[in-house]
Design a protein around this ligand. Structure first.
Ligand code: BTN
Length: 248
């Protein structure tokens, strides 16, 4: 793996990698101390308080690797592996498509972008502080009692990501899918999905073979969701009972 490129201040590490893609090797990570125009999913901005991690990796697809959309799940698993070495695993949960929750609150974000024949994987992690968001609770590793430097965290993350990438290339998306499912909201979890203004409420079934979200809606119809924002609306619904509210 090439050494990480450390920038002081940048608009967006994803944009920087896109612009310099022709000069970078596969697996090159670029991180910034300060990101002033961070981009999130669905065109949202990404806020980065001082001390948090903002990093992007250039990906040149390797032989054996699957579809680009699967890479977000590969990265989310690496992020889970990494955070699990700092906080109790029981506090962590993956949320479709590639969010990581700590105590039910968002701790990180992943943004995958394409630049011609390469991909740019951007990861933001609330290492030091959680920005306040109007629509969802947030959390940081520091708040959870884990004092970790963002550069050390990126060293661990890049190693974990390389290991997950090898698993993906060697065993395919089915291996990633099953590891993702054991670390995500369990089947039966009540989910609320919002996409281009429409809302779908239902319970989580599992992931389709291509990573789409399978949901059973109130009408008992099964729906496949390929894009959208997901909130965990409540606990696991079993035998008509109510679980604990997870709140995001
Ligand atoms: C999300 O909305 O959940 C995804 C957020 C992704 C943020 C990261 S920070 C590093 C990289 N550079 C960006 O501009 N965005 C990603």
């Amino acid at each position: 793996m090439p050494d990480t490129i450390e920038l002081d201040e940048v608009g967006s590490t994803n944009e920087w990698v896109r612009q310099n893609a022709g000069l970078l090797q596969d697996g090159q990570w670029v991180s910034a101390r300060q990101q002033t125009g961070g981009r999130g999913r669905m065109g949202r901005p990404w806020l980065m308080p001082e001390g948090n991690l903002a990093a992007s990796c250039l990906i040149r697809p390797r032989s054996g690797e699957g579809h680009a959309a699967e890479l977000g799940f590969v990265a989310a698993l690496a992020l889970y592996d990494c955070c699990a070495s700092h906080v109790d695993q029981a506090r962590l949960q993956l949320k479709w498509p590639n969010d990581l929750l700590l105590d039910g609150k968002k701790i990180s974000g992943i943004l995958l972008e394409r630049e011609q024949d390469v991909l740019v994987l951007g990861i933001g992690v609330n290492v030091a502080a959680a920005p306040l968001l109007p629509d969802r609770p947030t959390m940081s590793l520091r708040e959870a009692g884990a004092a970790v430097d963002r550069r050390l965290f990126l060293d661990q993350l890049s190693t974990a990501f390389e290991a997950r990438r090898q698993l993906w290339a060697n065993y395919g998306f089915s291996a990633i899918r099953s590891d993702w499912l054991t670390r995500a909201h369990p089947a039966g979890t009540a989910l609320r999905v919002v996409h281009t203004g429409s809302v779908l409420e239902g319970t989580f079934i599992d992931l389709a073979a291509d990573g789409a979200l399978r949901i059973r809606a109130g009408d008992d119809e099964e729906h496949l969701v390929h894009a959208g924002d997901v909130w965990v609306a409540g606990g696991v619904l079993t035998d008509g009972g109510k679980g604990d509210a997870a709140g995001n």
